[in-house]
Design a protein around this ligand. Structure first.
Ligand code: SAH
Length: 248
């Protein structure tokens, strides 16, 4: 079981698999005012940077599930390197339908809401693992400006314009689901550049090291087209943020 190989190649050197930077995760951890010992569940945890650094900096405990073998192994290595292996547990598995045995203070799905079939489904799923008055964290894209055509939306990697909302509508949608938005930290363009542009050098190095791999032509096509696609579409139209929610 694994995610599509292209992600395991292009993001193999990423610590954070979304447009957040280490500084943004630090800000998010601080503004949530978590007490040491807070338990966190993280679905689609990638290489575990959020939980590992929060374990080190804020004394939290965490469990996370990710379907990428490469990222899960990186998460374990990162926990070792930061000396927090006794506080965080990384499980390599499909997180679809995952509910924790013990309820947690913070339940997160940061940049992987498809695990619940979309934002509303992800919130419903996380709520099943949450203590009363716990916090749900949702990381999700939004439109900075409405794409003028479906073609532009597809250029941003969306299936269609309706896949994402404008920021006020996204925030409003949480209210319609019965949640207070109690905090938010938004990514900026520097974060987008770090996420997207970091893939290009990784692809280039991978191609040099794996010229005869079956996948080489696909990675080559990707590297040729990605920088322009990103600058033309994603960088212009797509925002991204993490929203902290508490049930009303
Ligand atoms: N939250 C992480 C990673 C976000 S990228 C971070 O901040 O870095 C999305 C992640 O979801 C990837 O790591 C991918 O491997 C994982 N993923 C995709 N489908 C999944 C599934 N069904 N179950 C668990 N993880 C999944």
């Amino acid at each position: 079981m694994d995610i599509p190989r292209i992600f395991n190649i292009t993001e193999s050197r990423h610590r954070i698999h979304n447009p957040f930077t280490p500084a943004k995760y630090d800000t998010l951890g601080r503004v949530l005012r978590m007490k040491p010992g807070t338990s966190i569940l993280d679905l689609g945890s990638g290489s575990g940077e959020m939980l590992c650094t929060w374990a080190r900096d804020f004394g939290i405990n965490g469990t996370s599930i990710d379907m990428s073998r490469v990222f899960s192994e990186q998460a374990k290595a990162r926990a070792e390197a930061l000396g927090v292996s006794d506080q965080v547990n990384f499980i390599h598995d499909d997180a679809t339908g995952y509910v924790s045995d013990e309820k947690v203070g913070v339940a997160a799905c940061v940049g992987a809401t498809w695990i619940g079939g979309g934002v509303a489904g992800a919130i419903d799923l996380l709520a099943k693992s949450l203590l009363p008055n716990g916090i749900i964290l949702i990381g999700e894209p939004y439109w900075l400006k409405t794409p003028p055509s479906e073609e532009v939306a597809k250029g941003c990697g969306a299936g269609s314009i309706s896949d994402f909302l404008m920021l006020p509508n996204l925030i409003g949608s949480f209210g319609e689901l019965g949640y207070d938005v109690v905090e938010m930290v938004l990514a900026d363009r520097e974060g987008w550049d770090r996420y997207e542009a970091a893939k290009w050098l990784t692809m280039r190095h991978w191609l040099e090291e794996n010229p005869d791999d079956d996948f080489a032509s696909e990675v080559r096509t990707h590297l040729t087209s990605e920088p322009t696609r990103y600058a033309e579409y994603t960088r212009e139209y797509l925002g991204w943020g993490v929203f902290a929610l508490m049930a009303r």
